[in-house]
Design a protein around this ligand. Sequence first.
Ligand code: BES
Ligand code: MN
Ligand code: ZN
Length: 498
Amino acid sequence: MRVEVEAGSPESVKADVLAAAVLASEGFTGPVAALDGRLGGLLARLAEQSEITGKLKTAPLVHVNGDLQASRLALAGIGAREAVDADTLRTAAGTVAHEARSFARRIAWLVDESLPISPAEQARAIVDGTLLGSYDPGRWKSSPEPLQLESLVIVSGDAEVAEATRRAGIVAGWANRARDLANAPPNELTPDGLADRAAEVAAGGSPQLSVEAPNLEEIRELGMGAFAAVAQASHNPARLIVARYEPSQPKGEVVLGLVGKAVTFDTGGISLKKPAYMEDMKGDMAGGGAVIAALGALAELECPLRVIGVVGATENAVGGGAYRPGDILTAMNGKTIEIINTDAEGRLVLADVLAYARQLGTTHLVDFATLTGAMERALGDFYAGVFANDTDWRTLVVESGEASGDHAWPWPLHSRYRRYVDSDYADMKNSNIRSQGVPVLAAEFLHEFAGEGPWAHVDMAGTGFFTWPRHDYLWQRGGTGYGVRLICELADRLAAAD
Ligand code: BES
Ligand code: MN
Ligand code: ZN
């Protein structure tokens, strides 16, 4: 979809749908008040008759043939003024896009200077809501519903609004690419399939981006005994996907390391999962998919930082060659791990991949993983959990989440949790039969492999892939693109601070 900015009056904008926000229990403000004057009080009469209410997730259409250049108005509700934030606007824009997507080719949005969010932030939220809200996960239907929507126009003459719109369009487009990866079926998106898609991202983008993807044999040669053990049962061999972004004039000494879990299908292995919703374990590569898509975005945005993405792609399969509970593995950093539960595989993949990302010289690390079902139970579908060995780095991740719409809430790490992964036989074990503090235990496990320097772990089990839609601008099942917006914001803030 094209994302554009157009200076001009609401009357002169050509669009199939011209949208604007309406507050609940308050008279019209800003551009809607002006349009109502132009339409002789039509909108006020419709509000009196409760056709226009300002309630969130309503967007009544009013046909205005002749009076404006646009053929319809959408009066998108954003609820009460006190509750208005960027997510409200994302939801309002998602509602308009969802309702108009089957007939509108061009949607234009008016920003409203009287709202409690800056026009640039409004534009960013409207772009997010429109692009993410018009996403269709039904790409694998034999006759998919055609998307009519071709362009989104933000009506503004402000340079800041234009820049925010441009950036948001790039980022949300890549977030949708990450959703395509997560939604792709596991027979199509094997580790090789994901490596191919990563190579396509590099080939189609800037010359500053390059991808290599060592195979299982090379993974073993690198000493990645934990990653390789998870991979050993599958007929679809693992790949270690390494994407490097080298800006033409890199800023400072920072090398941002983005690490992703990409288990293309998680059966649980010998510690087999229950059947209900197991099909959603195709989304267990959402962290890795987000990292790959984010690198595409950062290259397109011409991010001034060096960035290295490292993604461990494998299936966690069952079979005669599968690793077992009781196995003791040696990770790349020499630490030995006793396997208690083969379904705690993500931390094994990440252990080696984190250690490798450090070996490649990354200064600031952050990993994205659908790591624990307990995180989904704890925080549901809105916040991911963030753990870090450095409070400033964790704060930057949390703030980037808040600003971008990929919300993340701080969780604790503490050495007193280390005993949960103490093993009688090896340096540590991968799980504990007690179901206490599961997301923290997993983070404490990863901590052993994070090396020196700031590292943060984002457990996105609840936010990365939806079994049940969220009923806001992410009304679809499946991949959400979680992480792409957060990473782009984080890189931006890190570059500004550097
Ligand atoms: N991929 C799962 C975690 C998950 C569950 C993500 C549900 C999204 C939705 C992970 O590999 C896993 O199986 N974790 C286990 C850990 C346990 C064995 C310690 C879990 O959460 O049950
Ligand atoms: Mn698992
Ligand atoms: Zn998993």
